[in-house]
Write a protein that binds this ligand. Structure first.
Ligand SMILES: [Zn+2]
Ligand SMILES: [Zn+2]
Length: 353
């Protein structure tokens, strides 16, 4: 008899049957499901698979045939580019990269937010930012450095999550009034029970461990209304970091946000009571649909005194972020000048007295 292995509905890894708990459990993302739950989920997944249009399968093939992956031995970055765009150096550490071959269709993004800012405009933004900063090292935006500015699509996971939520609580309505010389207090208690199927759409998290999370959060927001279904032409002339955080690695972050959001939603249905105390909150993520999206960033890194400084310009809104290296002798020199000026002013003031 053929046995069909169940796939984890949250991260797609193979599930194992746990005889002790009689559940199917995932070693990778720690989800677990009863047989009845698995059947229910499998039915909804089949429906989704049946809906997958023919052109999506074609885009998968086209992507696999025309996308190369380059890897950097120094810092571990994996860079994807289409056939018309060859990568020669690593956008992150500037060392040479090696062509590793093609990528599989699994790495084909579902959506892309196309670049709105072109290279010339990006360089101009960097330049005007530099003008306002006196303490940058002298060759900070040299011609050679400008060439290293890279149009980089950052991989993001955007998920739709199905949640089953159950919540029990004790609600109290308390009212008081005075009649004659008596004060009355009436407390009514209500046993509250909520059962809900919740669908959360568009929970995001970035999938590149390489790129500083804080830098990526700082360069947000992106306007997702301009997102397009992925097509090869958007990649042309740009690079994309290949994600290295897979679904199992990302799931705990998504799960935490989904549970928090569902808990808040359920509590929100228990209004109109003086007090509510939750006695049981059982919230479980039943199914996660992953969409892999590329977001546009003009990226520049700068090596100074053995340290890498990262700069990012939002490729949609031109928002700029990064911490510049300080040229210490220049800082000291300018401080000395300010000191001299202050002394001169003091001397001037002295002369008037
Ligand atoms: Zn899993
Ligand atoms: Zn590198």
């Amino acid at each position: 008899m053929e046995s069909l292995a169940y796939k984890c509905p949250n991260c797609s890894a193979d599930l194992k049957f746990n005889a002790k708990t009689q559940t199917f459990t995932c070693e990778y993302c720690s989800s677990s499901f009863t047989e009845a739950e698995m059947k229910q989920i499998a039915a909804s997944q089949e429906q989704y698979a049946a809906q997958r249009p023919e052109e999506e399968i074609q885009t998968d093939q086209e992507f696999a045939e025309h996308t190369s992956v380059y890897s950097c031995d120094s810092c571990g970055a994996s860079i994807m580019a289409d056939d018309t765009t060859a990568a020669t150096f690593c956008y992150y550490c500037h060392n040479p990269v090696i062509l590793k071959g093609r990528v599989s269709g699994d790495f084909r993004p579902s959506y892309v937010l196309p670049f709105q800012i072109d290279r010339a405009a990006a360089v101009e933004h960097f330049r005007s930012w530099c003008k306002k900063r006196w303490f940058l090292p002298r060759n900070f935006l040299s011609e050679a450095q400008q060439e290293k500015i890279t149009g980089l699509y950052v991989p993001f996971w955007v998920t739709d999550v199905d949640v089953n939520g159950e919540m029990d609580a004790l609600g109290k309505k308390i009212r008081s009034w005075t009649s004659g010389s008596y004060r009355y207090t009436e407390t009514r208690e209500y046993a509250l029970t909520r059962k809900a199927k919740i669908v959360l759409r568009g929970l995001p998290a970035d999938g590149a461990s390489h790129i500083d999370d804080e830098l990526m959060e700082a360069v947000e927001p992106f306007d997702y209304r301009q997102v397009k279904p992925f097509a090869m032409q958007y990649l042309s002339g740009f690079f994309a970091e290949k994600y290295d955080m897979d679904m199992a690695a990302m799931f705990p972050r998504i799960q935490k946000r989904a549970v928090q959001a569902s808990d808040t939603l359920l509590r929100g249905t228990m209004k109109n009571y003086t007090t509510v105390s939750v006695t049981r909150s059982d919230i479980k993520v039943m199914n996660t649909t992953w969409q892999y999206m590329l977001l546009p960033v003009w990226f520049m890194s700068y090596k100074y005194n053995g340290k890498i400084y990262e700069f990012a310009l939002n490729g949609q809104s031109a928002k700029f972020v990064g911490n510049p290296p300080l040229n210490k002798p220049r800082v000291a020199w300018v401080s000395a000048l300010i000191g001299l000026a202050a002394a001169a002013i003091a001397a001037g003031v002295g002369a008037f007295i």
